[in-house]
Design a binder for this molecule. Structure first.
Ligand code: DHB
Ligand code: FE
Length: 281
């Protein structure tokens, strides 16, 4: 049977792509950010996942305001990246896992989560930056990918509790897959940031720190907030923490934080990273 080996949550700021391309890992601005990742690289080398199921939010590359699914899932043979205008190099296509995608779709629809199924899907920086951070220098990706997209662009957004429950359902569906696969669940985005409007540049360190401290052991603390409250607390784009709640949901039951990093600012954003595993708290 398939087994979830752990969950990784990370910011997905486009400027990271430029820093990777320019090899700025030791640059004083970037070092405290990039230094968070080697423990996760060592963990990935140890657990050797076959597949990454990635909760991310598209920013207008694959879905635009005229057609905006609340939840969408890839069922494509591969996922191509395209230029979004940020000036970051595109990454090679990410191989998909169509049998796993369709298994997840069957199970999720069976649990009343009716996701839009995408047999073609362009993926933006929210998927490619985390993959490039987690598997650096990958000319050939060592995992297959199943992307799950949550709308954070056009209101109304799904509630935090709904995203957490989606994650739980995805976790159950993965564990019901008969193949012997090791699956890492990834959630990308956040933490607090606001790119537009009167509060542009807004960051809430106190909230981010509490969110990260509680996510593994007490995910319902954050899941109980309304979308309006979370936007107030974390900024219009800080709401991307919905991906973190979905990834935590997929772990199910008890979980513990194995590694974390938090650094302000990277571009306009409070950059966060967590690695969580299942276990008694
Ligand atoms: C930034 C952060 C994001 O999450 C994003 O999608 C785009 C830009 C930033 O801080 O620059
Ligand atoms: Fe974003």
């Amino acid at each position: 049977m398939a087994r979830i080996v752990g969950a990784i949550t990370t910011s997905h700021i486009p400027a990271i792509g430029k820093a990777i391309a320019r090899n700025l890992h030791e640059d004083p601005y970037w070092k405290p950010f990039f230094d968070g990742y080697p423990p996760v690289h060592r963990w990935l080398a140890q657990v050797q996942p076959d597949v990454a199921v990635v909760f991310y939010n598209d920013h207008g590359l694959n879905f635009f305001l005229d057609r905006m699914p609340t939840f969408a899932i890839g069922a494509a043979p591969e996922y191509r990246n395209a230029d979004e205008g940020w000036g970051i190099p595109t990454v090679p296509p990410l191989p998909g896992d169509q049998p796993l995608s369709w298994h997840l779709i069957e199970r999720l629809v069976g649990e009343e989560f009716d996701l839009t199924t995408c047999q073609e899907m362009l993926v933006d920086h929210a998927l490619t930056i985390p993959m490039a951070l987690l598997w650096p220098g990958s000319g050939a990706w060592p995992v297959r990918t199943v992307p799950i997209c949550i709308n954070t662009v056009q209101h109304p957004l799904p509630s935090a509790m709904r995203c957490y429950k989606l994650g739980q359902a995805v976790g159950r569906a993965i564990e019901a897959y008969p193949e012997d696969l090791r699956v890492v669940v990834i959630g990308t985005g956040g933490l607090s940031h606001q790119l537009d409007g009167e509060r542009a540049g807004f960051i809430n360190k106190a909230f981010d720190v509490e969110f990260m401290q509680r996510l593994a052991g007490d995910p319902l603390w954050a899941a109980r907030y309304s979308i309006a409250e979370l936007v107030e607390l974390t900024g219009t784009q800080g709401i991307e923490l919905l991906m973190w709640l979905a990834a935590r949901g997929a772990l199910g039951g008890e979980a513990a934080t194995v590694h974390s990093n938090y650094h302000i600012p990277i571009s306009n954003t409070a950059a966060g990273l967590m690695l969580m595993e299942r276990r008694a708290a």
